[in-house]
Design a protein around this ligand. Sequence first.
Ligand code: FES
Length: 316
Amino acid sequence: MNEQIVKVAEITQLTPRIKSLRLVSADEKRLAAFSPGSHVAIEITLKQKKRYNSYSLCSSPYKTDSYEIAVLLSENSRGVSQYLHQLSVETELNIGFPKNSFSMFSLARKYVLIAGGIGITPLLSMLTALSRSKTPFELHYAAKSPEECAFYKFLQQQYSSQVKFYFSKKGDRLDPKQVLKEQPLGTHLYLCAPHSLMADCRSAAQALGYPNSAIHRELFGAVKTNKVKPFTAILAQSKKEVEVTPDQTLLEALEAADIAANYSCRAGGCGACEVKVLEGEIIHLDSYYSSEEKAAQDRILACISRAKSKQLVIDL
Ligand code: FES
């Protein structure tokens, strides 16, 4: 991973399960610039193994003196979010350079942004850019309650007339059809939410005639499985074998073995870590491939999916 070394400058408890971290350069240099929708990978060593999780940059894309990320305390993060929630100010971290798999189309007539829970994070830098360029936009944000809604006060203060909240504990429901049906031609939709809300929004948009090129999604989170078993990746080109332990992804095992592998989101949402599979059975845990693509069993997203068989022969 190409790295920047940062230190934690400020920690804010946004909700009972979400903390934001403000990160500054550890050597007082400027941080790398980023575009709206970008994320960075954070490297953490847990039980002597390197882990990398990606987090969206929530801060202004016009500022490079610090980055802000928000971390949801999650049981599925293999200890990474727990670790980040226990950090104190001044702790140093290695992070990657910003990458963007959710970039903004610059010529939309209007932008409709839909967030569910922690899915608000990649949309925040977009709001800054849209507001600065005075481009029409709306944000629709679903959360359980105001107390569990990250950046609630900030959004109310900054964008009160352009944001609508939906709190499920109060019985409010975000109806994608209602949100999308009266929008002008040329509207682009940006979605970052749990799988079910994302699927509902996408279906509603398609039914209303939005072209696929106007529906942009940032996917996060693996499909749950309890079948996490070790397997051996056999690299057909380099004739190497790499053991993938139950608490490692294929991507992490390749990196630990010093084998160059592409990645961006590290969350099964962008396709950057795709590897061809020549033999073996795959358990697809991503939200990127269609069911037909998954059924073909010929490609794997190394950052998230695993082998069902004991061995997987891959084209590396
Ligand atoms: S890095 Fe994005 S899907 Fe694997």
